[in-house]
Design a binder for this molecule. Sequence first.
Ligand code: ZN
Length: 254
Amino acid sequence: MLEIHQIPILSDNYVYLVIDRITGKSACIDPGVADPVNDLLEKLQINLDYILSTHHHNDHVGANLDLKKKHNCKIVGNFYDKERIPGIDIFLKDGDCFKLGESECKILEVSGHTIGHIAYYFMNEDFLFCGDTLFSLGCGRLFEGTPEDMVKSLSKIRALPDKTKIFCGHEYTLSNAMFVKKLEPKNKFLEIKIEEIKKKREENKPTIPSILGEEKKFNPFLKFDNNIFLEKIGIKNRSIVESLKILRQMKDEF
Ligand SMILES: [Zn+2]
């Protein structure tokens, strides 16, 4: 059993504090800043055992060293990022398992946004912490990886159970929704979804986690091989990789 606390930081980042209820072991995922994490740990009266890093960007690892110094926690990340994730102690790679107390998670390498980006999938709960790879109604920008990398990564995520909860690194849902609406202006179901998103944001509630099954219905970046959808938005006779590349370019230029 996992307990999850979602901490909004900076303008639109989410940090997560995950606690294994059986053993009390705790991990902080992608702490960009330290203060709100320390405040929560103090409120809960717990120490921090681990930091799980998804990728090396500063808004995800900015507080690694401060938190390590204060809590003497171990920092976990991809072997590939051993020079780029501050304070890294435990090196993992695709397919490895990491145990947070009694809760086990599988490491998925999901390169694209960066090379060596990883996601943490807690199998028993179907919780996925995917950093900046998949967002609700969007995906990460391709800063380091290729469209081919991103297709592989999104395919891995898409293969998880529909009920998987997607805990991503940013609250970008509403702006992503505007792009999706432009692609599919006549989609009534999308219209309803956007109203729900707007209502949540007006009430200052997070739209994250989202559910993978819903993402499969509405997220264009999970439809890179859906020819009916692609033709509808003007992408014809292209390979899967080219389709994803064009989609990503359309979003970059939106
Ligand atoms: Zn990033």
